[in-house]
Ligand binder design. Sequence first.
Ligand SMILES: [Zn+2]
Length: 507
Amino acid sequence: MTGRGTKYCEPQSKTIIISPMKKLKNAYPGTGLTLLILLCFSPCAMSDGLPDLGDISQTVLTPLQERQIGQQSMLQIRASKQFLDDAEISDYLNQLGYRLVENSAEPNLGFEFFALDDPNINAFAMPGGFIGVNSGLLQTVQSESELAAVLSHEIAHVTQHHLARIIAGQQNDGLTTMAAIALAILASRTNPQAAEAAIASMQAHAIQKQLDFTRTHEQEADRIGLDILQKSNFNIHAMPEFLNRLQLATRLLDGHAPTYLRTHPVTSDRVADIENRVRKLPYRLIPDSLDFQLARTKLIAARKTAADAVAYFSAALDAQKHGNPIAQRYGLVVSLLRNREIDRATLELAVLRKQLRTHPMSSNSPMIETLAGQVKRAANNDADTLAFYRAAVQNFPQHRALVYDYADLLLQGNQPEIAVALLTEQLARHPSDTRLYDLQASAYAMQGKRLEQHQAQAYSYAWQGNLYAALEQLELAKQAGGSFYQLSTIESDLRELRAMLEARGKP
Ligand SMILES: [Zn+2]
């Protein structure tokens, strides 16, 4: 192993294990690109210094290797069109996911849950705790317990290191580098568009079958997943119910199995086994959280045209039969806003908020506040709107969608100072959020602070994996000039980036 690769991988690799949630406790990002750590996976994995799998053990991958493989796959996924870049959906998934992770065998492993805009019914786990859920699955589940059941099963695959064990056990020449493995995982877990690179290269198709879970893996993930589900106070009967429904759907689809069934083979034995386990346990009806209902409704609305969505939710509310009227009205307001029917959106929003006050489980919701702000902005956008956002962000400081909108409004109102303060505070919570850096760069530009502007832009590019663009921005920051301390931070960031690029190899 060459010195360089190792040298740059080391300090970075310690930090990539930090989860999005635990980043909260992490240092303030003013320390610069040391936070860039994450990018370790790209330069390191491609450098000569990368320990290939033969280096360590043929049967075990280290937690760091697992994490790096997962990070590699994530880089591809984030850059793909299918990555669902919606902070509300992603925050919801992580909130639910972490509630389950707490009851798993590895409560301290940095998991990351994300959604893909893909109608195929599928969910998948990658080594290192990256768990993807397709929008098709989110819309197919009939309850939050069903979604929790799927996630618990995936979490169990991760904590049991199933995929890592399969990989380590492979004697295949094509799977000797982490980059190759990451691509093969993508090809096997997602659909071809998300894995174009994988399909184009090497024998990904041949490898993908070898990465499928075995029956033993599935049984183990079911057993452990059920345990997680139960400890997390969800309805455990949801697991066999979901699998039965998938199997039924497969029959209706003429044997065209959802991707989920291919990567997690479901046999009658497997379902019978789960049914046996849960039969002895009492049936507990667990109500869905409002967040689940709203996140799901948002996805349903997004898949229709604005006019169709308005008609769909209006009809659902008129029928007053199925579903949750608060979620349906939320869907209606979202769709009216999209269809530019602002007056009607304002009226329906007022009804929605009245309904919410009488809701047994929640009197307020950050997703509804975000929507309310958007309706307000579309309707009049006066001084009152700023006051609304100030209060809303104070009530829900963790809700990124609300923060984005508030910062955008502040910039629109030419108030960059307040925006910078807000964004800097938020970046301490979410140091890898590129949208926050983009907004911060705009705010600094407005203040004429060119060094800070280019520096923020550099961090945004760097977290997106675009190291060359980041380097260019840092050079511009340096040219802009600043205090001794600022310039030395830029210098150290530059050194770090150059080293990463060198390790990765010139284009
Ligand atoms: Zn499985």
